[in-house]
Design a protein around this ligand. Structure first.
Ligand SMILES: Cc1cc2nc3c(=O)[nH]c(=O)nc-3n(C[C@H](O)[C@H](O)[C@H](O)COP(=O)(O)O)c2cc1C
Length: 203
């Protein structure tokens, strides 16, 4: 899905529109690739150091001001988010020269009442990783030791469900950077009193 470009004459409303259009395109890319399907998610590690990793953007909701990705409840990032829910995500369109940084608070969604429908709607091959009994980051003798069996047709479709969770990020501020050839654009957007308030800032 093409997202229309903004330029130096854009209004803040157009910047907000562009940000969410990029995120919606990223979350709904299907077979087409979108630059914003893969985001880097940064947390604060248990020792206070920064920690960052790639995640797949699974849902973006402008109305709810949220983005969501799937992960393993046993993963390090979940332990980090339980201790400090602050999270930043960044995505970049290299061809378009656009960077979007999101800041917010993560909710670890574990209740089957909320996760079951997402699990059921997910492509089975994306769920295999949750079936391994070996938790992420556990030392293994060889990579294969941590693999779940891929082609077992008799596997229970719910196998691994207990390890599956959603991370729903409530976005409170956004940093938009556009390296437009006719002039670089950077905007800082903060959600306050029920609306996005934006200001231009120096790139
Ligand atoms: C292309 C790509 C997509 C990924 N998507 C996810 C994802 O959606 N969720 C996830 O938990 N890990 C995903 N990973 C793996 C993470 O980057 C990371 O290695 C793993 O989750 C362990 O992170 P942690 O130790 O910080 O918890 C992805 C990795 C790559 C290379």
């Amino acid at each position: 899905m093409a997202v229309s470009c903004v330029d130096c004459n854009a209004t803040m409303d157009q910047i907000v529109d562009a940000v969410w259009a990029h995120l919606h395109a990223g979350a709904n890319a299907g077979k087409e690739r979108s630059p914003f399907t893969m985001l880097q998610a940064a947390t604060i590690a248990l020792d206070g150091a920064p920690a960052v990793r790639t995640v797949v953007l699974r849902r973006a909701s402008r109305e709810q001001r949220s983005v969501m990705f799937h992960t393993d409840v046993r993963s390090t990032k979940v332990a980090e988010l339980r201790r400090d829910p602050r999270i930043s995500l960044v995505g970049c369109d290299l061809d378009g020269g656009v960077q979007i940084r999101l800041h917010g608070a993560a909710r670890i969604v574990e209740a089957p009442s909320e996760t079951r429908a997402v699990w059921n709607a997910s492509r089975p091959r994306t769920l295999i990783v949750y079936r391994t009994p070996i938790a992420p980051a556990t030392p293994v003798v060889s990579p294969a030791e941590a693999h779940a069996t891929k082609h077992d047709e008799n596997v229970d479709p719910s196998a691994g469900f207990e390890n599956f969770c959603l991370i729903e990020v409530s976005v409170s501020s956004i940093d938009y950077l556009d390296l437009n050839p006719s002039g670089h654009i950077r905007a800082s957007l903060v959600f306050e009193e029920g609306k996005w308030r934006g200001a231009w800032i120096a790139p």
